[in-house]
Design a protein around this ligand. Structure first.
Ligand code: ATP
Ligand code: MG
Length: 418
């Protein structure tokens, strides 16, 4: 037997309605916020992620699915959604469209990680990206869209944590302060952090190693190094959030895993799904488009991990609306009545009514049992009499009530009996 690759999951027919529910919720929130879908390839040139995600990030140094294609190009399966959207924005000249450009995506992502609950090698993200606005209300709107999505799903207890990691100039000063602080501790830190110390000391704050975390606890905080503009921006974002009634806490240790963030960063975190508690992360990335060779276009967005949301919903007993069931099951007894049932059922399907009949040569009794198992709302049996009279009885399974009607009226009846 050939097994599924490590860190991937099948979504089986009995479970897929949960995924569709999540995706429908994402699309309806996106529509309400005026976001249009963008679809970009699952694979891109590796260079895009080196530049767009950042060479010192965990994603790039450890987690990418990179391979050489038959043409000798280095190709990488997308580890996140933003870099591809930014590439597309530049390549398609979307800076010329009316700003802001508001987009969303639903996409699989690939990261070579150690699989655990809520951490997979193939996972899925709902993300939104707004290009062109540097205004703080756009940050607040994006955060509010994430919060609306979680609320729509019935998720409670996902805490919003926000921070500002400043712009290039405040970060330069902060990085200097970090270096001064970490220099005497370097011997006690992991090899990765020693490397980050030279290349990008901010990344040390994100290290998950216990020893590094202890040292990091006493490190200078970015909020003390914000320039006046970045400070004003952060204050304004907080003001807009409060005006919308969005609760948050400021967590100066959030720096986010990707290099392209500037100013606002945020996460929605839950304690109900163990160590992998971040269900949604995002922020502002004003330098990304320029970094990838486009113009000076500010941007803000988030990505939510759908597997973690499903896990959180399952763990906290959030109800999913029941999946749709067949409206009617039509049973037959012998060759001519089965043929009639088959005809009625397919006639209904063409008109958009979900209907079912026998495919397993079952007895009428077994067909009733099956109809019950699949949750059919009504059952009709076509026998010799029915065939002759051209009418039948629909039995409502919920309460046993019966309704007589000609075959030709079944459609109208079901359409009106919603
Ligand atoms: P973490 O700190 O948990 O590794 P991250 O900072 O790497 O998260 P992001 O790059 O911000 O995650 O991705 C956004 C969201 O995608 C995360 O908040 C999470 O919900 C989800 N996510 C990230 N990596 C995985 C994964 N390997 N499996 C499942 N979901 C994931
Ligand atoms: Mg990660």
């Amino acid at each position: 037997m050939i097994n599924i690759p490590k860190g991937t999951k099948d979504v089986l027919p009995e479970q897929s309605y949960k995924w569709q529910y999540l995706e429908d919720a994402a699309r309806s929130v996106a529509a309400a916020f005026g976001l249009k879908e963008i679809r970009t390839p699952v694979f891109e040139h590796t260079e895009l992620f080196l530049r767009g995600v950042g060479e010192t990030t965990d994603v790039v140094t450890k987690e990418m699915y990179t391979f050489e294609d038959k043409g000798g190009r280095s190709i990488t399966l997308k580890p996140e959604g933003t870099a591809g959207v930014a590439r597309s924005f530049i390549e398609n000249g979307l800076a010329n469209s009316p700003m802001p450009l508001k987009s969303y995506y639903l996409t699989p992502c690939y990261r070579y990680e150690r699989p655990q609950a809520g951490r997979l090698r193939e996972f899925h993200q709902f993300g939104i990206e707004v290009y062109g606005s540097a205004q703080p209300e756009t940050d607040a709107e994006v955060i509010f869209a994430a919060s609306s999505f979680l609320n729509k799903l019935g998720i409670k207890g996902a805490r919003l944590e926000i921070n500002s990691i400043g712009c290039k100039s405040c970060r330069a000063e902060y990085n200097r302060a970090l270096k001064e602080y970490f220099r005497p501790h370097l011997d006690g830190m992991c090899a990765n952090c020693r490397d980050r110390f030279d290349k990008n000391p901010l990344r040390i704050i994100d290290c998950k190693e216990e020893a590094c975390r202890k040292i990091t606890a006493g490190a200078p905080k970015i909020l003390d190094y914000l320039c006046p503009d970045c400070r004003a921006h952060f204050e304004s974002v907080k003001g807009y959030l409060s005006a919308l009634g969005v609760e948050y806490t400021v967590n100066p240790d959030i720096v986010r895993g990707l290099d392209y963030y500037t100013r606002t960063v945020f996460e929605f975190v839950s304690t109900a799904i163990g160590a992998q508690g971040t269900v949604c992360g995002g922020g502002r990335y004003d330098g990304l488009i320029a970094e990838l060779g486009g113009g000076n276009v500010p941007a803000v967005g988030f990505a939510a991990g759908l597997e973690r949301l499903l896990l959180l919903m399952d763990n906290t007993g959030v109800e999913f609306p029941a999946p749709p069931v067949p409206r009617v099951y039509v049973a037959g007894m012998d060759e001519p009545t089965r043929k009639k049932a088959f005809g009625i059922v397919n006639g209904l399907r063409v008109k958009g009514i979900s209907a079912e009949c026998d495919h397993m040569a079952r007895s009428v009794k077994a067909q009733f049992k099956y109809a019950d198992k699949i949750g059919a709302e009504y059952v009709a049996v076509i026998g010799g009499n029915e065939l002759e009279s051209g009418s039948c009885t629909l039995k409502r399974m919920r309460d046993g009530q019966t309704f007589d009607m000609p075959f030709a009226d079944i459609y109208e009846f079901l359409k009106n009996n919603i």
